[in-house]
Design a protein around this ligand. Structure first.
Ligand code: ASP
Ligand code: MG
Length: 431
């Protein structure tokens, strides 16, 4: 069995959904196919949640946009019903309609539950709808498949929006339930399961989500639990590139990198795969391919245990619009462990994510995301005990497998505020 993952861009419109059908038909083995919400639906549903929670009266209007978007795609996919059924809508229309009605019920009354809980109940619908449409379309064109609600398999705690997986229970359910769906002698010689990324279920049976862009992780979880032969993440790029093509003109594809290298790149912010995806695959030595859904026969990038090609090509990872904060002790005493533990406590309390840190005798510098709200509160708290200075709108560049030339090329006309070097990576905060 292989696990496929199709992200939002690969199901962004009717044409894209049709292409998913073509890609799946290229393969002959059993497949578990994990699919995200269509295009920017997750963002659009976040808007519905925000509006509902702050009571600005626009949530139904925002939901209507999400509905129109999906109905348009369905019209294009199911408009050509075979003769005899002409004029009759495909049953998926009613199914999707009912799913939307459930959200409408949810947002009719004033909110009584906390934001994160409500978020998961509403935003998860993007994945439910997307998979129902794709599954119905594939059956419609004769690619027989079974739609599975992944919430019956992926069990989590109740940390809404960032749920932790209960691996033991999930593994047991995956093996029991997915095997149940799979016919021992399927009609076309193989089984196809269509299911959702990103979502799970808490022990109280409420929907949870695994964090934004979490569908890759779902593919990793299911592959681990089902001992898959391989995972293929289908993207709109030819594979993992050594830099973001939106920022660099001459990118190169990485043909084969190790799990370790992939985790490092994802950690530094390469956005091709979700950082949590690799560990379950590495644990069972399951190869991961990142391939283009536009050119599915091209080899893409292979991620496995082979480290021999890791350092062949330098990779560049840019993070923009960060803030560099420098914290020093007012009385010129040294920054000691007790200060650091107090400082870290505040960062964790206010949920400010640290991208890079460095300390000297009397000061401690950290580079963080520019989240105004959180930062203002953090800096207020720090101010009572420390002298705090900051530099906003800085960028952090990480180069894996750097040399002098790559550094010189990327720092031209830039002021370097801080630099950190290890054997494999150089990280620079610049303005
Ligand atoms: N639809 C979710 C998101 O956009 C999960 C995913 O696409 O991986 O974050
Ligand atoms: Mg997505």
């Amino acid at each position: 069995m292989n696990v496929f993952k199709f992200g939002g861009a690969s199901v962004k419109n009717a044409e894209a959904v049709k292409n998913v059908g073509k890609v799946i038909q290229l393969f002959k083995d059993d497949l578990t196919v994990v699919i995200s919400a269509m295009d920017k639906t997750t963002n659009a549903l976040e808007k519905v949640v925000d509006s509902y929670m702050n009571g600005d009266g626009k949530c139904f209007e925002y939901l209507q946009e999400v509905k129109d978007f999906h109905y348009q795609i369905m019209d294009e996919l199911f408009g050509d019903l075979p003769e005899g059924k002409a004029g009759k809508k495909h049953p998926v229309f009613e199914e999707i309609h009912n799913t939307f009605v459930e959200i409408e019920w949810e947002i009719e009354d004033v909110p009584t539950r906390e934001y994160d809980y409500v978020y998961d109940q509403i935003v998860s619908v993007g994945e439910i709808i997307s998979t129902k449409i794709v599954s119905a379309y594939l059956n419609h064109i004769g690619v027989n498949n079974i739609w599975v609600d992944v919430r019956n398999i992926i069990q989590t705690d109740n940390t809404h929006r960032d749920a932790r997986v209960d691996w033991e229970l999930t593994e047991k359910l995956a093996q029991e339930k997915l095997a149940l769906f799979c016919h021992p002698e399927p009609v076309e010689g193989r089984n196809i399961i269509i299911t959702q990324g990103f979502i799970g279920s808490s022990s109280e049976n409420f929907t949870t989500t695994l964090g934004r862009e979490g569908s890759d992780f779902t593919a990793g979880i299911l592959a681990f639990c089902l001992n898959a032969k391989s995972v293929i993440i289908w993207k709109d790029v030819p594979g993992m590139l050594n830099a973001d093509p939106k920022l660099f003109s001459d990118t190169q594809k990485l043909n084969n990198i190790s799990y370790r290298e992939a985790i490092e790149l994802a950690y530094y912010g390469a956005s091709v795969i979700h950082p949590k995806t690799i560990k379950p695959l590495q644990n069972k030595n399951i190869p991961l391919y990142v391939k283009s859904f536009v050119n599915p026969n091209e080899p893409g990038t292979l991620i496995n245990e082979n480290t021999s090609e890791d350092s062949l090509i330098p990779s560049y990872i840019f993070k923009k619009n960060l803030v560099l904060i420098s914290i020093s002790v007012r009385d010129y005493s040294f920054i000691m462990e007790d200060h650091l533990s107090h400082i870290f406590g505040l960062f964790s309390q206010f949920g400010v994510r640290i991208h890079l840190m460095q300390n000297s005798a009397i000061s401690f510098s950290v580079c963080v995301d520019n989240n105004q709200q959180k930062l203002t509160r953090l800096i207020e708290s720090l101010n009572s005990k420390y002298l705090v200075k900051f530099n906003d709108n800085v960028e952090l560049l990480t180069i894996r497998h750097y040399d002098n030339e790559t550094i010189a090329k990327t720092t031209q006309n830039k002021e370097i505020l801080l630099i950190q070097k290890s054997r494999n990576s150089v990280r620079m905060v610049m303005k």
